[in-house]
Ligand binder design. Structure first.
Ligand SMILES: Nc1nc2c(c(=O)[nH]1)N[C@H]1C(S)=C(S)[C@@H](COP(=O)(O)OP(=O)(O)OC[C@H]3O[C@@H](n4cnc5c(=O)[nH]c(N)nc54)[C@H](O)[C@@H]3O)O[C@H]1N2
Ligand SMILES: Nc1nc2c(c(=O)[nH]1)N[C@H]1C(S)=C(S)[C@@H](COP(=O)(O)OP(=O)(O)OC[C@H]3O[C@@H](n4cnc5c(=O)[nH]c(N)nc54)[C@H](O)[C@@H]3O)O[C@H]1N2
Ligand SMILES: [Mo]
Length: 841
């Protein structure tokens, strides 16, 4: 039986700490998944729903972006995938009665868990300026109000349009068109806080902002290094792939400050062996590195390889280096000069451990490096990831079976969203193609990324905010600053499936637009529609929800955006009278779409344009200065204004009624999507082209993969302080909190805990179990000193390196300074926050 939503928050002072687990998944995982599914959906619906996850005619799991295996199990899901599904397919409802029973102040007093547990949103709602409660509003009034607000802007750059990574290709493509049609590139997304550093580093070095391996490569690897990632919790299906690689003889190295259960041992619930015999030992080597020590580790591996080559030879792939790379001599020189002592200081590992990993790499015939947030959310993340590329290039480990780079994506379609244009720094080639397809002129000036958007909101330069999914208020850094920033916006609009903090911390007016999720049947234009998504390895496939939607009153994301487009652009009217109203000479008089296929090779997503600007992949611009350039062009604002001569043209109603027409547009605008419709039909998969993987083709300015020289950086922790990383528990999906347990780490019934090395606890004068405040210390670039406080955290003695601590996100986002971002990529440094513990008085 499904259970009722909670009425009260959980009392976290009763948190209970047990020994961390050494094994991931197994039977307890299945039981926990079924328990949550039954609570949210009841038994019958659970069975019906979970059977369709990741099946060829079912829906794409909204859990993570790990690819499906070609041969699927009957139940191709994992514990956390099942929880993600259950949260969405829940029978609990948040309708108008809920909002009349709860004032905004009341809702604000609850935590993210409570809000999320209330259920699915069922009706469009509006919160008027100064009102105490949301009230229902019709779709047409809500959309008209939004269109009116957008028309009133003095400058399109006063609007910000956020995207989370669950949005389908179809909805995302239409959404970016809406935004560019309005005249801005202000398209921050969750990727800015996630894998932006990966995109930046990979684009510069190998010319594509994505990974270069397929699922088969994982199975065929000889050595897999999994660094800064906790797959047992966040990508559980990856464990099956690692197990398979292992059975074929691969060696697996886990690089992590924490001994994460999933990496150490795995019980595959889908095999008898997994359940009955205690599973597979996954990691052959656990390298317990200090937070932020990875750049040094990969330099050490590189130095070891170069030394081995010098003393015996046969280590490097000279042919590959000569034919496909540049910058090798400078790289070799820099590492010759580098010191093992510094590597030891940065990693906290003895030289012999560093050499041991170096030896594994030397002996490997095919190496893959996988990573996630542990490597992307540091100040020096981009140089760290460049070092990974250096090491792989030395042995020709790109574009070869069983070898390559593997940034493991988070949200299930975050990569697809970027591919189809959710990007604040789009390439000229992409915009040219868009212009041609929709007979308009998209703005060229770069827009705001997530951190830049918050600054603009904080400074009163934003009058309109729209979130296409996600939970901007809780997911972004510096919560107090963001809350105040939201309050300065005139109208905030959230397109959402479930209630979250961004609905209760709002602009002066707020609108909630409830939408369909992945599991919901999407019937438009009289037939069931499918959408498409791209996984972490560039494979695009269809997803079709099968469940009756939670309410009659929901519109799909596509429908919401298409209707806004119709309101804003339908009659060809322009937003601002200051704009040139002339029609483009390429547009025909009826305003019909010009179906010119755009096939310029410059459009390859992995290509950088002539000017070096990246394509619309998960990428930032080339080295150092680019971030500033982007910042300043965005700050100048308005550069683009006069360039929007007229709005995009399309038959919006037709697009809403048949998503295949949107796919046809995508096919004409983006390379690699030829035969889109057909190639995603009947459970087929469209594999997007990947130059480095397919043909050792590198879309860098000189057509070669680049070795880079990166001065060694690592965090220096002031005396008496700790470096805090903010991580996910096993019972959450980003800001959606399923429960207050973190089973693998032994934490039960509470999330306000801080994991600290037992010796540090003593040295700092505290005791295990004590309740403390976490105070972050930040010196601003201008020298001013700032403190931020998160109250009441229980100290837990834990196996983390000396000087390093860990606590959960989003509770600790209050501690992350807005201006503490990664160089080049601008990603908040969520894994690197200097804190002190303070006794509560
Ligand atoms: N169930 C579930 N699945 C999810 C999510 C979820 O919240 N719940 N979120 C999704 C999303 S959007 C994403 S991006 C991914 C996130 O997937 P992960 O990146 O696995 O998530 P985090 O909890 O941030 O874990 C970071 C890991 O890196 C380690 N680490 C931290 N700093 C360092 C470092 O300096 N060096 C090294 N070597 N390791 C370090 C941490 O100890 C931890 O194991 O998961 C996706 N899948
Ligand atoms: N301190 C710290 N901060 C972090 C991180 C960290 O490791 N530490 N990680 C960062 C990372 S990697 C990421 S990706 C971001 C995540 O940032 P977001 O993507 O913004 O956050 P989520 O919590 O995934 O968003 C959850 C909400 O999305 C809505 N939703 C769910 N499914 C759908 C759907 O299909 N359609 C629509 N329209 N809405 C839907 C629901 O209303 C739900 O409440 O957070 C970042 N923030
Ligand atoms: Mo993410």
């Amino acid at each position: 039986m499904a259970t009722k939503p909670p009425t009260a928050d959980i009392d976290e002072t009763r948190v209970h700490v047990a020994r961390p687990k050494k094994v991931a998944v197994g039977v307890p995982a299945v039981l926990r998944a079924l328990q949550i599914a039954n609570e949210q959906m009841g038994v019958a619906r659970s069975v019906q729903t979970l059977r369709q996850v990741n099946q060829k005619d079912g829906f794409d799991c909204p859990g993570c972006a790990w690819p499906e295996e070609d041969k699927r199990h009957i139940a191709e899901f994992c514990e956390n995938g099942a929880k993600a599904v259950a949260e969405e397919a829940t029978l609990r409802r948040v309708g108008p009665e809920f909002f009349s029973a709860h004032s905004i102040d009341d809702l604000r007093s609850h935590d993210d868990w409570w809000l999320g547990q209330q259920g699915r949103l069922t009706h469009p709602m509006i919160l008027e300026d100064g009102a105490s409660h949301y009230r229902p509003v019709s779709w047409s009034d809500a959309l008209q109000l939004i269109a009116d607000e957008l028309r009133r802007l003095d400058d399109p750059d006063e609007a910000v349009f956020y995207t989370s990574g669950r949005t389908s290709n179809e909805a995302a493509f239409l959404y970016q068109l809406l935004v560019r049609g309005i005249g801005t590139n202000n398209l921050p997304d969750c990727s800015n806080m996630c894998h932006e550093s990966s995109g930046s580093a990979l684009n510069e070095t190998i010319g594509i902002g994505k990974g270069t391996v397929s699922i088969d490569d994982i199975h065929d690897a000889d050595l897999l290094i999994v660094a800064g990632q906790n797959p047992g919790t966040n990508h559980p299906r990856m464990l099956s792939a690692l197990e398979k690689a292992k059975q074929r003889g691969a060696t697996i190295v886990a690089v992590n400050p924490l001994p994460e259960a999933g990496l150490l041992r795995f019980e595959n619930p889908q095999t008898v062996r997994g359940v009955a015999f205690g599973g597979t030992k996954l990691a052959d080597d656990f390298v317990q590195i200090r937070l932020g020590g990875d750049q040094a580790l990969f330099q050490a591996i590189g130095k070891h390889l170069l030394e081995a080559e010098a003393s015996g030879g046969g280590v490097l792939d000279h042919e590959f280096i000569a034919a496909h790379t540049s910058g090798f001599d400078e790289y070799r020189q820099a590492l010759t000069d580098a010191s093992w002592r510094e590597f030891v200081a940065a990693t906290g590992l003895p030289e012999k451990t560093l050499r041991r990993v170096g030896e594994l790499v030397r002996r490997s015939t095919a190496t893959i490096v996988c990573w996630a947030m542990g490597l992307t959310q540091h100040k020096h993340s981009v140089p760290t990831l460049r070092e990974i590329v250096n090491v792989l290039l030395l042995q020709g480990n790109i574009g070869r079976r069983g070898a390559g780079v593997c940034p493991v994506r988070g949200h299930s379609n975050v990569q697809g969203d970027r591919t189809v244009g959710i990007y604040e720094k789009p390439s000229a080639a992409f915009l040219d193609a868009l212009d041609a397809e929709f007979a308009f002129a998209a703005p060229r000036a770069h827009g705001f990324d997530t951190v830049q958007a918050i600054r603009a909101m904080r400074d009163g330069r934003v009058r309109f905010f729209m979130g296409m999914g996600g939970n901007f208020v809780s997911a972004t850094p510096d919560t107090r600053v963001v809350e105040a920033a939201m309050g300065r916006v005139g109208l905030t609009v959230q397109v959402s499936t479930k209630l979250n903090r961004s609905h209760v911390v709002t602009g002066r007016r707020a609108i909630i637009l409830p939408t369909l999720g992945r599991t919901d049947r999407d019937k438009r234009g009289g037939r069931e529609q499918k959408v498409t998504v791209e996984d972490s390895m560039g494979a695009v496939h269809a997803s079709r929800g099968r469940l009756a939607p939670p309410s009659e009153d929901l519109l799909s994301e596509v429908a919401i955006v298409a209707r806004l487009c119709a309101l804003l652009f339908g009659d060809g009217a322009v937003l601002s009278s200051s704009r040139d109203q002339e029609m483009s000479p390429t547009q025909d008089a009826s305003g019909a779409i010009r179906p010119t296929p755009v096939t310029s090779p410059d459009l390859m997503t992995e290509r950088t344009s002539a000017a070096g600007a990246p394509g619309p992949t998960d990428a930032a611009t080339a080295a150092g200065s680019a971030a500033e350039a982007a910042g300043s062009s965005a700050d100048e604002g308005g550069v683009s204004r006069s360039s929007v001569a007229h709005p995009p043209r399309a038959d919006w109603a037709a697009l809403e009624a048949d998503y295949a027409l949107i796919r046809a547009h995508i096919e004409r605008v983006l390379p690699g999507f030829d035969g889109y419709e057909e190639r995603v039909d009947k459970g087929r998969t469209l594999h997007l082209p990947n130059g480095p993987r397919d043909a050792r083709r590198f879309a860098t300015p000189d057509g070669r993969a680049r070795f880079t020289v990166n001065p060694l950086e690592y965090p220096r922790i002031p005396r008496g302080r700790l470096l805090l990383q903010t991580i996910r528990s096993h019972d959450q999906y980003n800001t959606t909190i399923y429960g207050k347990d973190d089973r693998y780490r032994g934490i039960h019934g509470g999330r306000r805990v801080v994991l600290v090395n037992p010796k540090d606890i003593v040295a700092l004068g505290f005791a295990d179990g004590e309740v403390v405040d976490l105070v972050s210390e930040w010196r601003r670039p201008d020298g001013a000193f700032e403190e931020r406080r998160a109250e009441e955290f229980r100290v837990v003695a834990y196996r983390t390196p000396r000087g390093n601590a860990a606590a959960y996100y989003p509770e600790t986002n209050v501690l992350v300074p807005l201006d503490s971002v990664a160089d080049v990529s601008g990603t908040p440094t969520s894994k690197s926050v200097v804190v002190r513990l303070e006794r509560r008085v």
